[in-house]
Design a protein around this ligand. Structure first.
Ligand SMILES: [Zn+2]
Length: 429
């Protein structure tokens, strides 16, 4: 009886640590991830210490080549796609071919916001679990999670008949234009796949991203009648460009604002007799005098939205406001598309359920949908129209895009395990 009790207790302990559904094969995968864990941190350190600011094409390619070698080693076919025609470095794609289970697209990026002239260049330990690392969290850590999860599957002979495409773009932080070229290969890969998983920074073990807002730009240009200020408001002179632009901004604020997930931000405004603006530098000049009615006024802004419908709706309202001009002024608004929205579809939520189960089985707790209003746009958004998507599967850390960026090394092993089991279950579906 005592013996049975002890066996029962140890059985319960095992069940508790591992949940109920981790299979024998999955345990082998987990073991391999653990064995390779120290090597994965070394790999991360190596790629962080190579500068790959978006506008440093050689550096981005150098990081790409380190990953290429690693993917070649585990039997993936690799391809460096040159992007010099859009003034960017290029993308690394690595893939396996097959027909078994779901076809996966795994998305990362090689570039960081820290250019060669940034003082922040090196991986250094803050304490035994946190590293201060430029791009370590956003998102070289996520790239490493993809690699070591796949390596664990390959090492156990589990990737033989599946189609997996790993896409590491080289310009996520500032995508080359036109997007049809810089994101063309990513979209083609999505069209051949069923599911896309994004490994942008994670917002904790218990959250994943099923929706991200899209982002786009707008610009209003107003023309007024140049005249002596004493004539403003009279029938011949009218309101001037600055009053007209103020009216437009005020009506945007009062009439377009208010829908959940819809935001728009005027980022820079100028008016006077003459203005110049250099988009590439986000910089301009304005000339005007208080005794001259303003002839011109311009504002540039951004707009974030959760669906194409919401975007179009907002644009329609903005257009109507812009045409309703004050006396002797005219205005036009132009829009530019950037990132499409990734809506919280049924398919995306279905993927979240699978991840949630994996996480529960691993004893890591349940996973919920993260508030889309709190996440910026990312590469996964470009493929959301073609496949079911989940993002935010990368590393944890703080201060991305600042000189204080850190990555939490202690969680990488667990996050890699979660990814490996998720991929394994998806390709066996
Ligand atoms: Zn990123």
């Amino acid at each position: 009886m005592k013996q049975i009790l002890i066996t029962l207790i140890s059985f319960l302990l095992v069940v508790n640590t591992f949940g109920q559904k981790i299979t024998k094969t999955e345990k082998r995968i987990l073991k391999t991830v653990t064995i390779n864990s120290a090597a994965s941190i070394e790999f991360l350190k190596k790629v962080v210490n190579i500068n790959s600011g978006t506008m440093n094409p050689q550096g981005v390619k150098k990081v790409g080549m380190v990953f290429k070698e690693a993917y070649d080693e585990i039997g993936f076919s690799t391809n460096w796609i040159d992007m010099s025609e859009v003034n960017r470095s290029g993308h690394l794609f690595a893939e396996t071919n097959g027909n078994k289970g779901k076809k996966l697209l795994l998305i990362g990026h090689l570039d960081t916001v820290f250019e060669e002239d940034s003082p922040f260049q090196e991986f250094t330990m803050v304490n035994d679990s946190i590293a201060h690392a430029p791009g370590g969290n956003d998102m070289k850590g996520g790239n490493v999670i993809i690699l070591y999860a796949l390596k664990a599957l390959v090492d156990n002979g589990l990737l033989k008949k599946s189609q997996i495409i790993v896409a590491y773009t080289g310009d996520e932080e500032s995508a080359g234009k036109p997007l049809s070229i810089s994101r063309g290969d990513l979209i083609e890969a999505a069209k051949k796949s069923d599911i896309a998983l994004g490994f942008e920074t994670s917002t904790g073990f218990n959250y994943a991203t099923v929706a991200r807002r899209g982002s786009s730009g707008w610009k209003v240009e107003v023309t007024g009648k140049r005249a002596h200020s004493s004539g403003i408001f009279n029938e011949r002179v009218g309101a001037g460009a600055i009053f007209e632009l103020s009216r437009i901004m005020n009506e945007f604020y009062n009439e377009v604002r208010g829908e959940e997930y819809l935001t728009f931000n005027p980022g820079v405004i100028m008016g006077g007799t003459k203005v110049t603006f250099e988009s590439a530098l986000s910089k301009g000049t304005a000339f005007g005098k208080s005794n001259v009615v303003a002839q011109t006024a311009t504002v540039k802004g951004g707009l974030r939205f959760i669906s194409e419908k919401q975007k179009e709706n907002a644009r329609g309202k903005m257009k109507a406001i812009v045409t309703n001009n004050l006396p002797h002024t005219s205005a036009k608004i132009t829009f530019t598309d950037s990132y499409p929205a990734m809506g919280p579809t049924e398919g995306n939520n279905g993927l979240l359920k699978i991840l949630n189960q994996v996480s529960l089985d691993l004893g890591q707790g349940g996973v919920e949908a993260y508030d889309p209003g709190k996440r910026g746009a990312a590469d996964v958004s470009f493929v959301a129209a073609y496949v079911d998507c989940l993002d935010g599967l990368g590393t944890m850390g703080n201060g991305a895009h600042t000189p204080k960026e850190t990555v939490n090394l202690n969680t990488i092993e667990e996050l890699t395990k979660r990814t490996a089991i998720l991929i394994y279950r998806l390709i066996n579906q």
